[in-house]
Design a protein around this ligand. Structure first.
Ligand SMILES: NC(=O)c1ccc[n+]([C@@H]2O[C@H](COP(=O)([O-])OP(=O)(O)OC[C@H]3O[C@@H](n4cnc5c(N)ncnc54)[C@H](OP(=O)(O)O)[C@@H]3O)[C@@H](O)[C@H]2O)c1
Length: 373
């Protein structure tokens, strides 16, 4: 089984109890629960009080550091990316919206500064990532509940740790959970240069799956194609090339894909479907073109293709924290083995957040903006 090749660690099952907002609200300081002495410190945070254009509603403000209860952990944030979901959340267009005012950002890596008296699994100096979305990572420091945190090895590169908990997990689940793929099978995807797309290429390559990767055309398309091939992509095509009849020659050497991963919607997803094997599955996990998925009636009737969706937050609701930790461990092993790297990133200091927000909303930037604290 493919899964056995990558999975390590225990399979214990326990309910995921992390509540979305429980850790970011201000609470009363309980000095006795704090294992290291600390004066109240000012936290710099990117906060929004209303939904709207991120460039207009996000402001850099001072926050009082949340008090540290017995089961809490004081974390100094090191780096946090700007993902499309963060932007959608600020715009008010996402499946999960924190109560306002809220701190932006859903993932990132931090270092433990101090722990409450009943915290047993973490100690000062450890690196941690967030187990849940909606906790607000675009800030210099925070106090989180221990159960909202997952420890990651400190020898994982900073950019990999900061971008580990969303995109690689999404790529991994989509490759594992929808079709029983075997080495040599093929997978087709669009938006292949996205954070998720780059993780799909690398994890699929580690699983000895072949990938057909579709990207939008651009002036420096050869450079992008070479970059994705260096990551392990077998074929890289533009949306236009995918529509050409010659593309079918690829399938002289490869089996038709049983899995298609759609991040775009509209015509792009219709093209993915056209190349899917009979009975295959297209998983939609993003809608970057903001257009509906259109599936031809004949494909549904004569090829019986399946249309599915994936949302990592929903997966986490239905699985235990231990299962999530097990996946993180598996992905860290791939990082250690040199089989999974961070997407191309640009580090931007927290105070230069406007630059990062602007770049993350522009087309063809092809570089994940990472706020550094
Ligand atoms: N369902 C889930 O659980 C889940 C988890 C993670 C991510 N996501 C979603 O997956 C998507 C990608 O996230 P990410 O962090 O990987 O993104 P990212 O690294 O910021 O990359 C965005 C990608 O979208 C492409 N794109 C933007 N507008 C497009 C359009 N109109 N038509 C075609 N492609 C377009 C970009 O292509 P260019 O380089 O050509 O501009 C780029 O490849 C987002 O929609 C995100 O919300 C979903």
């Amino acid at each position: 089984m493919l899964v056995n090749r990558l999975l390590t660690g225990a399979r214990a099952r326990a309910p995921l109890q992390t509540s979305l907002l429980e850790t970011w609200r201000l609470r009363g300081r309980t000095a006795s629960s704090y294992s290291a002495s600390s004066e109240p410190s000012k936290v710099r945070a990117l906060i929004y009080g209303n939904h709207g254009d991120p460039a207009k509603v996000i402001q850099l403000k001072n926050l009082e550091l949340t008090a540290v209860g017995g089961s809490d952990v004081h974390v100094r944030m090191l780096a946090a990316p700007v993902n499309p979901a963060d932007i959608n959340m600020i715009q008010g267009n996402y499946g999960l919206l924190p109560k306002l005012p809220a701190v932006g950002g859903n993932e990132g890596v931090g270092q433990v500064v101090a722990v409450g008296s009943s915290v047993s699994g973490l100690k000062p100096g450890d690196w941690v990532i967030l187990a849940s979305a909606g906790l607000g990572t675009w800030r210099t420091e925070a106090v989180f509940s221990e159960k909202a945190l997952i420890q990651v090895p400190k020898d994982v590169p900073l950019q990999s740790a900061a971008t580990l908990s969303v995109n690689p997990c999404t790529a991994y689940r989509m490759l594992m959970d929808f079709e029983q793929l075997q080495p040599g099978d093929s997978v087709i995807q669009n938006a292949s240069n996205s954070g998720v797309g780059q993780a799909v290429i690398q994890i699929a390559s580690a699983l000895r799956l072949k990938t057909i990767n579709v990207v939008r055309d651009r002036p420096d398309i050869r450079k992008l194609m070479d970059k994705l091939k260096d990551l392990g992509a077998d074929y890289v095509l533009t949306e236009e090339e995918l529509r050409m009849p010659e593309t079918k020659t690829i399938f002289k050497d490869l089996p038709l894909p049983r899995l298609a991963l759609n991040c775009v919607g509209g015509k792009s997803s219709t093209e993915l479907l056209r190349h899917l094997a009979p009975g295959g599955t297209m998983v939609t996990y993003g809608g970057m073109a903001k257009q509906p998925v259109i599936a031809s009636v004949s494909l549904l009737i004569f090829k019986d293709v399946k249309l599915r969706g994936f949302w990592l937050s929903q997966w986490k609701n239905n699985h235990s924290l231990d299962e999530f930790k097990e996946m993180i461990l598996t992905l860290c092993n791939l990082i250690h083995q040199g089989q999974l790297t961070a997407p191309t990133c640009s580090e931007v200091a927290l105070q230069d957040y406007q630059k990062a927000l602007e770049a993350s909303m522009k087309p063809f930037v092809s570089s994940k903006q990472i706020l550094t604290m």
